[in-house]
Design a binder for this molecule. Sequence first.
Ligand SMILES: [Zn+2]
Length: 485
Amino acid sequence: MRVESLGAALTVTGSAHLLSTRDGPVLIDCGLFQGGEELEARNREPFPFDAADLLAVVVTHAHLDHIGRLPLLVKRGYRGPVYCTPPTAALAEAVLLDSARLQVEGFRQDLRRARRVGREAEVPEPLYDEEDVHRTLALLRPALHYGERAQVGPLKVTAERAGHILGSAYLVIEVEGQRLLMSGDLGNRESGLQLTFTPPPPVDAVMIETTYANRIHRSREATLAEFRDILHQSIRAGGKILIPTFAIERAQMILYILRNMMEAGEVPRIPIFLDSPLAARATGDYFEFGDELIPPVREALQSGEDPFRPSTLHVVLTSTESQRINRYDGPAIIMAGSGMMNGGRIQHHLKHNLWKPSTSLVIASYQSPGSLGGRIVAGESPVHILGEEIIVRAHVHTIGGFSAHADQDDLLAFLSTTGTPRVWLIHGEVPAMEEFLPVLAQRGLTGNIMPDHQEVDLLTTTFPAGRPPGLPESHEDARASAGGE
Ligand SMILES: [Zn+2]
């Protein structure tokens, strides 16, 4: 059972894992590296295989760090099927088109700047454009349904509910008489929208995400109380409440919570600006696949209510409208992407508000160490935003319990039904994985940290103390900024 990780190895983003079979290679996920220039430069590296040689591609869910390099794969010659669940296919369309738009806009902006210094020849082409995305969408095969075995190239693959975002799946892959479980991203068992992951069957090897493998989230109740307190404090301070928001899942979850809190009279009905056309569009998919969601949300949808629409919601579509929010006086909630603050409309809101002590910045999702969000969480001030130096005077609040990811307890609960597989740690920062290794050992499981761009046999390869050779020493900054409290 030979796998080479080409992303989400020793880091969180860029998920891509190449599984070798007797008949040829199959790729699982093809995500974008996100969070800082150094990581994002990796998106331009060539794939260490010929795209046309792949027998099939499977994707676990529609987050950009799991599907964002698919159009690049197609641009480089892949023409085969891309298997996923039906909600993933629906979300992927909006996510990839938005990504292409950002790529092209970023390219034009860089080009404008480079022209002024006569260096336009040095600006790299956009990774892909809308046309590449349309070619990719044509390859999507929404043939994976929870609990059903499907033929994927030479493999039998069963997708099961991962409880992370709409349509998210983990995969049980039968390969040459052995069973491999690929976790994709696993959900927080106290998710505000998703049903809990299905307990997995016994398997021979597991590749498991470790985003929060060294953390325990606060309970749902404590998290909601924390959020309520932050809102009250922030409204008293009179400024803007900025919530950098991943457009898929986090946006819908926060809207649902705000609506409940406002309806119950727990927080004042202040304006909410959802400054994300992608989030607004993705919310439509939550309607379409409402049966997938937890009972209160499902029931609200069935009775014709819109659980994602607080009465004070303004959906901001154009960038002119987005700019106009700056002129709005008084407390208001602004939800905008990108989630790690590295780009997108959140940047101009940060530029206009981060330096004001009345502003609250509420961080409700993972921030990679090199991202703008990661640096703000680590206490950096001033920070560079849109070519200006901005001092951080805003109150910065981190709410770990809103995470859509499993924490350590969730991961252990997940592994409790898998028998005693060999466990390979992926999709995490090295310090989180290092802290998780002894916890696995206590439970009689052999864990190894998956190396980057190095093929291993999941059933036989072993590293001393679970650490692959050449692994850099732990980065303290990674520990500090892993998005948590
Ligand atoms: Zn994800």
